[in-house]
Design a binder for this molecule. Structure first.
Ligand SMILES: [Zn+2]
Length: 114
């Protein structure tokens, strides 16, 4: 299980690094939008910034979610339930866990739900 822990820790570190760079960008975009004139309609920059802000906001939410998922996976390692599908209780399988270390469900249940 040490290998799993190491991989999850690395995954979380990468996600947090990404989050830090995203929120850095996000803050910069928000700051830029505060500096611009409130008159968006006659300011093509205004629309661009609003678009960038919503794009980055969505990415930030995604990465935060991923960090939480990886944290939950680490909790499951501690609890001894890591690698067990939360839906059917079967093994998730090494290849899937290698591709998606934070996976909660086996591929069968994951495709049934989507
Ligand atoms: Zn399953």
């Amino acid at each position: 299980m040490d290998e799993v822990r190491r991989r999850l820790a690395l995954e979380r570190e990468q996600a947090l690094t990404r989050l830090a760079s995203l929120t850095g960008d996000y803050d910069a975009v928000v700051a830029a939008s505060l500096d611009t004139n409130a008159d968006d309609e006659h300011d093509p920059e205004g629309a661009t910034i609003a678009f960038e802000r919503s794009q980055i906001g969505a990415l930030v939410r995604q990465v935060r979610h991923h960090v939480a998922e990886v944290g939950a996976a680490l909790d499951r390692v501690d609890a001894g339930t890591y690698g067990v599908c939360e839906v059917c209780g079967h093994d998730i399988g090494a290849p899937r866990l290698e591709a998606l270390p934070a996976a909660r469900t086996c591929i069968r249940c994951a495709s049934a739900r989507s």
